[in-house]
Design a protein around this ligand. Structure first.
Ligand code: BGC
Length: 458
């Protein structure tokens, strides 16, 4: 019986994680598609920027809307809404008769990504048992990395036909699966209890827990709900919630300002600049990065409930920071002293690879996981929405500024991201609590105790 519940919980997590697949696919696919959209629609630089960044812009609003809608309509319906706008966005962008429709469709896809990045991890966390919540929520990140990899493959496969409409349109298939799958899934028992639907909450919980586990968990959730007031937007800044919100926003921002998307979005250019002049070799190295990203996420899935969240974050940040500093140093010395520079390319590929490995087992999955688990039941959706919106804002600023900053700072830019890595390390050691193996309600109690005794870490 226990096994059946585990299988069902994994199925629920896998269905919700389809949102992550679309998140990764839709952010990755545009690079290859742009090669053909630009000449087809005769786009200038400003329009190109709009087509690419429309998704990030939409995601920012989607994240905020995701917080409100997960509270009002439930986690399940918010995931369904995300699936519907993924389908609509991909169909409209595939059929776009002009650039305006294309930009509007990309905003719609962004909205879907924002909704899913709040609602999917939270939904999975609220249905998972404490002992393997880390692993199950990390499936969301695994799906993001698979989505990015699939987008590289689709771009390459369809490039000879210049089939950018197919590249964008294919996303409607996983989008439809997300909608249909989520319709068949139960609502989060925590949201049901928060909304007063006790009977439905027990029913939902009994699908994913053995009979003896249901009642104690219902009691625990009820106590948490009774102790914490419903959080309006302004109340998120009240002393009781503020420390958790700072951790959520801090993690979300550090995930981006340590530079991940300069590599995910610009890898081919970075490799070409480092000396892999042929576009094919640069693209092959980029595909390699995609594979490494997927495989290294498995390390987190294996370890996150064993060693905990903090050790992964700490180890990952050390590795990321060393890789960034080494990249900066190698490229600096290469351009200053060595005219030949033949050794810069392999070193660049090596350290970028190491950086990706370290991100993929730490900041990648653990940030989404912790945003889904550190807030009390009453405030979770809104606080996760705000943290996620901060993630998308930072993403937007970093990816927008990268080409300009690179032109200004050259290889020294890597030192800037390395410095962010050091700041993130200090932040994690000093402020981020360990949540491994604790129920969501225990984590909420831990913050309450900390706000009265000022001890968060233990
Ligand atoms: C980040 C994305 C990033 C991806 C790379 C995610 O956790 O939020 O911004 O592109 O990881 O794998």
């Amino acid at each position: 019986m226990r096994r059946l519940e585990q299988v069902y919980t994994t199925l629920i997590a896998a269905v919700a994680a389809l949102g992550g697949l679309l998140f990764g696919f839709d952010t990755g696919v545009i690079a290859g598609a742009m090669l053909f959209i630009v000449p087809d629609f005769h786009l200038g630089p400003a329009e190109q920027g709009l087509v690419v960044s429309a998704v990030t812009f939409g995601a920012l609003f989607g994240a905020l809307a995701g917080g409100t809608s997960s509270d009002r309509f439930g986690r399940r319906w918010t995931n369904i809404a995300a699936g519907l706008s993924f389908v609509a966005g991909s169909v409209f962008s595939a059929l776009a008769p002009n650039v305006d429709v294309l930009i509007a469709s990309r905003v719609l896809i962004g909205l879907a990504i924002g909704l899913t990045s709040v609602a999917a991890p939270m939904y999975i966390a609220e249905l998972s048992p404490a002992r393997n919540r880390g692993k199950l929520v990390s499936l969301f990140q695994l799906a993001i990395t698979i989505g990015i990899l699939v987008s590289y493959i689709v771009d390459r496969a369809l490039a000879p036909e210049h089939a950018w409409r197919w590249m964008l349109g294919l996303a409607c298939i996983p989008g439809a699966l997300l909608v249909l799958g989520m319709i068949a899934m139960p609502e989060s028992p925590r949201w049901l209890l928060k909304s007063g639907a006790e009977k439905a909450a027990r029913q939902a919980l009994s699908l994913v827990r053995s009979a003896d586990e249901v009642e104690p968990e219902v009691q625990e959730i009820r106590e948490d709900l009774a102790r914490n007031q419903p959080a309006a937007w302004s109340e998120l800044l009240m002393p009781g919630l503020r420390p958790a919100l700072m951790v959520g926003i801090g993690l979300a921002v550090f995930q981006q300002v340590t530079g991940i998307n300069t590599i995910i979005y610009y890898a081919p250019q970075i490799f070409q600049k480092a000396g892999l002049d042929s576009a094919t070799t640069a693209l092959a190295a980029t595909a390699g990065i995609g594979v490494v990203n997927v495989l290294s996420t498995l390390i987190a899935i294996w370890l996150v409930d064993r060693v905990g969240r903090k050790p992964l974050l700490v180890a990952g940040l050390v590795g990321m920071t060393i890789s960034l500093a080494a990249l900066g140093a190698a490229q600096h010395f290469g351009s200053t002293f060595d005219v030949n520079q033949s050794w810069v390319a392999p070193i660049t590929v090596g350290f970028i690879g190491l950086y990706i490995v370290c991100f993929a087992f730490s900041l990648g999955p653990v940030v989404w996981l912790m945003i889904s688990e550190i807030f009390p039941n009453r405030a979770r959706a809104r606080a996760a929405g705000v943290s996620t919106a901060a993630n998308w804002t930072a993403n937007f600023l970093v990816s927008l500024s990268f080409p300009v900053m690179q032109a200004m700072l050259g290889p020294s830019l890597w030192f800037v991201y390395a410095a962010m890595g050091v700041a993130a390390f200090i932040f994690v050691i000093g402020w981020v609590p360990e949540t491994k193996g604790k129920s969501l309600e225990e984590i909420s109690r831990q913050w309450r105790r900390a706000s009265t005794s000022t001890v968060v870490n233990q």
